[in-house]
Design a protein. Structure first.
Length: 221
């Protein structure tokens, strides 16, 4: 059976070109063309397309908003969405993906990429165009390197006294030596160590020491 495709964009030259391009595929059937978000939603209900191909420029609502509407509460019954001609911006890419787009292609996507994306989403798959995937990978690598390490973030939840005891434990001091150095009782040190183990979810002293090193506490003090 032919894949029923709905094309959405406010620019007549764009929709005409897409309609001509996709109609040349023997397994595609263009069931409608919409220049506004409202018209697109009406055609989705009446024509039940297998895939919606949309740009970001529509009358009345953006392509991102249309995607969000289609992939919202009725995601199981509404068709998947291919968003094309996305500007080369990580912010736009992430916004469209968060809206629920099933495929995302940049403005330099080829005819083959668009056809492949439509067939992929109609099968329940997802697809990113090569340039989009490259930019998102670069964005992820950059922000991943900037993001605090999980262990370091967890270490920030410790009180000043807990950090002191953890560092002294990592330096090899015994409970008695820690108590003497901090001028507190041995029982108090043991209580802090117990609370540290619970908070950091470690089993014993060795894991406390390992945590201190992995979180970067020892190297930074």
């Amino acid at each position: 059976m032919a894949l029923r495709v709905l094309i959405c964009d406010e620019r007549p030259l764009v929709t005409a070109g897409l309609q001509r391009l996709l109609s040349a595929e023997p397994d595609f059937e263009i069931v409608g063309v919409a220049d506004s978000g409202v018209h697109a939603l009406m055609l989705v209900r009446s024509e039940r397309p297998d895939a919606v191909v949309t740009g970001l420029r529509l009358r009345g609502m953006s392509g991102t908003d249309l995607t969000r509407r289609l992939r919202g509460d009725n995601e199981q019954t509404n068709p998947p969405v291919v968003v094309y001609a996305v500007e080369d911006s990580e912010e736009t890419h992430t916004e469209v993906l968060r809206a629920g787009a099933n495929a995302l292609l940049s403005d330099d996507a080829s005819r083959e990429e668009l056809v492949l994306a439509i067939r992929a989403v109609a099968r329940g798959q997802a697809m990113l165009g090569p340039s989009v995937a490259r930019r998102l990978l670069e964005w992820f690598r950059k922000h991943e390197s900037e993001r605090p390490r999980p262990l370091a973030t967890l270490a920030m939840t410790l009180t000043t006294r807990e950090r002191e005891i953890l560092l002294l434990t990592a330096q090899g001091l015994s409970v008695e030596q820690i108590a003497s150095k901090l001028y507190i009782g041995v029982a108090t040190v043991r209580t802090h160590i117990y609370r540290l183990r619970c908070k950091l979810q470690v089993r014993d002293r060795a894991q406390l020491v390992s945590f201190a090193y992995q979180a970067g506490l020892v190297n930074s003090n």
